[in-house]
Design a protein around this ligand. Structure first.
Ligand code: ADP
Ligand code: TRP
Length: 354
């Protein structure tokens, strides 16, 4: 008998080296307001780009939003709008699983399991809770345990990559901590995720030059009515340097906003105008109005189509929830079996006499 040919050297893997888990991207977006340019350029755009990096799960974090939005009709409408906006902005439901957090009850059950391995001190150190307390505001248990629900969100889908803004990195550390403790106690149940910090250079200024944020009421919303958007843009605060004086585009928030939406060639031309001087901010604002309308024109078109067909977005969310539940159900079953809660396991090896 001829011996089997040896496998090519490159295919040889040391027996101890486990293949890395496949890339699975996951992120959640709170529906606490309509999306503004800060949300889009600082977060959503990068999340959507990652839908091609591997399997992707994106959800609308309505359970988290309950810690701040207390009006049921408003919450419902924000969740719907968030789903429509995300698809209009390019999230492709054929590539990525899009769903609403509360449609997957397995996640809240998993939250409890994680809660039992979560030291109080770990949560007491979390910024969101600490900040609210230090401002003298009453914090509820929902806000306090927010990072545990977020951990369950991540672990329920065996996510490996979690794109987030800087403010959320600490929560991913909590998640890794809880997953590590659970695995240590009960065996390898959870996949440890890694945060993927979205470019911090993309800090978007608001109409007053501070960081764009709902809390500062300085936002330009992605899908706001064009006439209202124009008014806001024309009112962007600028300094009062005379028309002739050359200006540095790199420390001007109006230019920073223009640079986000203008095509490359126009951006370079505008930067040149700044350096040369002899023009007014009014001209830049007009150019910004036009560039913004063009930049989001296709998304606005898709949004209008989706709005005209509400059943379509509901079908996308229902399909997303079904896929998400299958995945979260498998992880929950694994976790319950590992810690001794599952009668599914008992059926295979009965604990009670028949
Ligand atoms: P807001 O400050 O308006 O309440 P959120 O905290 O809901 O915004 O923002 C959600 C995500 O959007 C953040 O985690 C961050 O990644 C991104 N983001 C928000 N505002 C900005 C901004 N001005 N520049 C860059 N990214 C931002
Ligand atoms: N807490 C996140 C935010 O405010 C939203 C979120 C909830 C999330 N669950 C998540 C993000 C899981 C990433 C992974 O932005």
């Amino acid at each position: 008998m001829t011996p089997e040919p040896a496998p090519p050297a490159a295919a040889k893997q040391p027996a101890t080296e486990k293949a890395p888990p496949p890339t699975r991207v996951l992120s959640g977006i709170q529906p606490t307001g309509r999306f503004h340019w800060g949300n889009y350029f600082g977060a959503i755009r990068q999340y959507i780009e990652l839908q091609t990096a591997g399997e992707a799960y994106y959800f609308i974090a309505d359970l988290h939003a309950l810690t701040t939005v207390r009006e049921p009709a408003r919450l419902r409408s924000l969740v719907h709008a968030a789903a429509v906006d995300l698809v209009a902005l390019g999230l492709d439901p054929a590539r990525a699983t899009l769903f609403v957090q509360s449609d997957v009850p397995e996640v809240t059950e998993l939250t409890w399991l994680l809660m039992t391995v979560c030291p109080m001190g770990l949560l007491e150190r979390c910024h969101a809770y600490k900040d609210k307390k230090s401002r003298g505001l009453a914090a509820d248990a929902g806000l306090f345990t927010y990072p545990v629900l977020m951990s369950a969100d991540i672990l329920a889908y065996d996510a490996t990559v979690v794109p987030v803004g800087e403010d959320q990195v600490q929560h991913i550390e909590v998640c890794r901590d809880l997953a590590g403790t659970f695995n240590h106690l009960y065996g390898e149940v959870f996949t440890l995720p890694k945060p993927r910090l979205v470019e911090s250079g993309a800090r978007v200024p608001g109409t007053d030059g501070q960081k764009m944020s709902k809390s500062y009421e300085n936002t330009i919303d992605v899908f706001e009515d064009l006439a209202a958007q124009k008014k806001k843009i024309m009112r962007i605060t600028t300094d009062s340097r005379p028309l002739e004086e050359p200006k540095n585009p790199d420390d001007d928030h109006l230019f920073a906003l223009y640079a986000l939406v203008a095509p490359e060639a126009d951006r370079l031309r505008m930067a040149e105008l700044y350096r040369r001087g002899g023009f007014g901010y009014g001209e830049v604002k007009k150019a910004l109005v036009e560039a913004a309308a063009n930049f989001f024109a296709a998304a606005r078109g898709r949004r209008a189509e989706l709005e005209a067909d509400p059943a379509r977005i509901e079908a996308i969310l229902a399909d997303g929830a079904a896929r998400a539940r299958r995945q979260a159900g498998a992880v929950l079953a694994r976790a319950k079996a590992a810690c001794g809660l599952s009668r599914g396991v008992a059926a295979a090896a009965p604990r009670r006499p028949a």
